[in-house]
Design a protein around this ligand. Sequence first.
Ligand SMILES: [Fe+2]
Length: 206
Amino acid sequence: MDQLTKIPSKQRAHEILAEAERMNPGNWVQHSHVAARAAEAIAAHHPDLQPDSAYVLGLLHDIGRRESHSMRHVLTGYRFLQRLGYDDAARIALTHAFPIKDVYSIFGEWNCPTEEVQFVQEYLDQVEYNDYDRLIQLCDVLSLSTGFCLIEKRLVDVAIRRGINDRVASRMRAYLDLKNYFDEKIVRNVYSILPGVVENTFGFSS
Ligand SMILES: [Fe+2]
């Protein structure tokens, strides 16, 4: 897989996230740090992915939350990173929430104009997912703000906070399929390379 060129350095990505935290502090910032570490760790065992790039993509995937806490963050993040010329990271800001290319497969509701939802659907329709898209989709769902955890736990956590709809079962299945996909790609269980996953999932103090 080609090297990504349109992403910031790690240092610049940290600066961007720090600025976003000042604008809109919250657990999402720690969640982003955890997702970055998961992406880096998994990419290190993947034949075609670059760990530093994976880290940066994980760190910035939720950057749209600097201005929006709703699902709209996928679009605000995409636009923000595009404006900075970081097209590869912008793409992930949009695709990370869609293991299924259906804007209505989300937890919760869209609360933005129909044209914006349509833009997201059209973007998804024309993009062919690569393993960076898939990696950040996976890392998003196994990263709590406190650390790595079992995907099923995170899914229940999000479902309780945001509600569920009739497409959520297939979305949950898609996440579990992603986990199996990366298990095969890295020839080991994803959880085996994520320190603290047992403690975080079951609430043991370490
Ligand atoms: Fe996220």
